[in-house]
Design a protein. Structure first.
Length: 73
């Protein structure tokens, strides 16, 4: 049975892609390309699943991420 895990991809100032799976505590990886980062997070998710179960149950559905722009205070 396949399961879906949401991931968040960001790019740092050096151009490295940082990727994390928010439903697994401290499950992060990186890569020089998005493809490399995705490959690496898949491996990291596998390792994290061996250590702990996901923080969500099967009744929740990942909806998405929004980028909000706000004026500086």
């Amino acid at each position: 049975m396949k399961k879906h895990y949401p991931v968040i991809i960001e790019q740092d100032k050096d151009g490295v892609y940082i990727v994390e799976c928010p439903v697994l505590k401290s499950c992060r990886s990186y890569g020089r390309t998005i493809s490399e980062a995705i490959e690496n997070i898949q491996e990291a998710i596998g390792a994290c699943l061996l250590d702990e179960p996901p923080m969500v149950d099967d009744t929740t559905t990942f909806v998405g991420i929004r980028d909000l722009e706000m004026a500086s205070l």
